[in-house]
Design a protein around this ligand. Structure first.
Ligand code: AHR
Length: 516
């Protein structure tokens, strides 16, 4: 298997926000997983679990989406502000969570968490049981610097300075749990909500400083998603264009048609099915991007001198991850274990998002803790980092780097996947080599079009693809450094450097290569 990397063949800058995370009031993602409250016997920093917080500080997620998801469609933000003892108790039915909801973790707790871990917050507003008025007040609470009543309320709740939340999602999965709307219904609602967004700049000539995100299609439904995007963008072209900056596609790698396949018990067919399933997202991104461009091209020139024409909308993948069937029956809701099968699909999904950085600007793994494609699992006072956590950590060097157009030079081994980026200073390549074969190792020949040497290799692999990290054995699957001198042999390549490396079965490998 040989791969050619030319550091001059760039695709574009990898927006760090492609490494975003999604946290929702669902199962034990937030309550128990992240937030235990100040009086908990579990060690905490002002209510945030200390162990989870430590992990998130290491991860430094560039983007954090909250409060949902489906939960956002019935969330009233005022339930989650002010003294915790005065907050209401409601019932959380989402995805059969079936727990009392004490609203201990609300807007201030979320935004403080974002500050603590260095993430840009993305708040999703309630477009189903909420109102335009409620959305406006929420934005005012988070962002108004002038001493209005709602800004004074924020100050009284401990944060005098505005939080400056720029990313706001208007509706979530509005075609399903968010209102079972048609594209036409949603457009009408979207127009109402988006035209009511307040501005937080006092420069009359400036555009509104809020980044408005529209609910995109159900990525898992081929015909529906094409129709949704076509109709939505055709509707945008009618009359005046509403404010829209991003379009949020959701895609889950469903693994639900084989009852015998569980997150930790699968055969080779089940392995291949899940690996192949995650790769579908790349074609969907291409398809959606083409439809969006087609729709934008159909927007007529404005008639009035003060009107501007909508020419660009960012494509976002606001929810992605593996969804195994067992998660539906899991307690806590949607909790599933993570093996190398999931770690590999996480790596391949990040690869394809990064490779499409000229189209996709933000993406969120669903979800960070105890739900679906988790990076962190908790059980009582114990915390385990899944191998997905390691993948995100191994990939940190790609944030802000330039994605390169990597070429396969033969088609011998379809299970090897490669991705490469060049650091902002142009001196270092970060190369991912993923061996998605369940049991075979592979020899990879990397050709670089200039002199270079490998500085380090990090490998994530297990002795058996069914293994996972547990409370008793938390480090079964952990990324570790590989001795470069033992792992790499140099071949001869007249146009630059040839590096030969053997990669373990079911493994994710990240090489740091210094250009000379
Ligand atoms: O991530 C779990 C759920 O999946 C979210 O609440 C919803 O948006 C999606 O259907």
């Amino acid at each position: 298997m040989s791969i050619l990397i030319d550091p001059k063949r760039s695709i574009g800058r990898i927006d760090p926000k492609l490494h975003g995370q999604f946290i929702e009031f669902l199962g034990e993602c937030i309550d128990e997983g992240l937030w235990v409250g100040e009086d908990s016997p579990i060690e905490n920093e002002g209510g945030y679990r200390s162990d989870t917080l430590r992990a998130l500080r290491m991860l430094k997620p560039p983007l954090l989406r909250w409060p949902g998801g489906c939960y956002a469609d019935t969330y009233h933000w005022r339930d989650g502000i002010g003294p915790r003892a005065d907050r209401p108790t409601t019932f959380n039915e989402n995805f059969a969570t079936y727990e009392l909801d004490h609203h201990g973790f609300g807007t201030d707790e979320f935004l403080r968490l974002s500050e603590m871990v260095g993430a840009e917050p993305w708040i999703n507003v309630n477009m189903m049981s909420g109102s335009v008025h409620e959305m406006r007040d929420w934005m005012e609470y988070c962002n108004r610097s002038q001493p209005t009543d709602v800004a004074k309320e924020r100050a009284a709740n401990g944060h005098p300075a505005p939080y400056g939340v720029r990313k706001w999602g208007l509706g979530n999965e509005v075609w399903a749990g968010g209102g079972t709307m048609t594209p036409g219904m949603y457009l009408d609602e979207y127009r109402r909500y988006s035209s009511s967004i307040p501005s937080f700049t006092t420069d009359v000539f400036a555009q509104s400083d809020i980044y408005a995100i529209a609910s995109g299609p159900d990525g898992n439904k081929a015909m529906e998603r094409v129709k949704w995007t076509r109709d939505f963008f055709a509707g945008l072209a009618e009359y005046r264009q509403p404010k829209i900056n991003g379009y949020d596609l959701h895609f889950y790698n469903w693994n639900i048609d084989n009852d015998a396949d569980t997150p930790t018990n699968f055969d080779e067919q089940g392995w291949d099915q899940v690996i192949d399933g995650c790769l579908e997202l790349e074609d969907i991104i291409g398809e959606q991007w083409a439809l969006m461009k087609e729709g934008l091209a159909g927007i007529p020139e404005p008639e009035g001198p003060l009107d501007s024409k909508l020419t660009h909308v960012d494509l976002i993948v606001g929810e992605w991850g593996n969804w195994h069937k067992q998660a539906f029956f899991a307690r806590p809701a949607l909790k599933q274990q993570v093996t190398m099968r999931d770690a590999i699909t996480t790596a391949l999904t990040l690869d394809l998002l990064q490779r499409n950085c000229d189209k996709v600007t933000m993406a969120c793994n669903a979800q960070t803790i105890n739900v679906l494609n988790s990076l962190i699992l908790t059980e009582g006072d114990s915390m385990t980092l899944t191998p997905n956590f390691d993948v995100f950590m191994m990939y940190q060097a790609h944030r802000g780097a330039t994605a390169l157009d990597v070429k396969r030079q033969d088609s011998q081994d379809d299970d090897i996947f490669a991705f490469a980026s060049k650091s902002a200073d142009g001196k270092t390549l970060t190369v991912n080599l993923t061996n998605a074969h369940m049991s075979d190792c592979a020899n990879v020949c990397l050709r670089l079009t200039q002199p270079a040497h490998v500085e380090s290799i990090s490998e994530l692999a297990g002795a058996d693809p069914h293994l996972c990290n547990t409370v008793d054995n938390p480090n079964t699957l952990r990324a570790h450094p590989v001795d470069v001198d033992l792992a790499v042999t140099e071949g001869s390549y007249a146009d630059g450097t040839e590096l030969n490396i053997a990669v373990a079965p079911a493994s994710v490998n990240v090489l740091s290569i210094r250009l000379e």
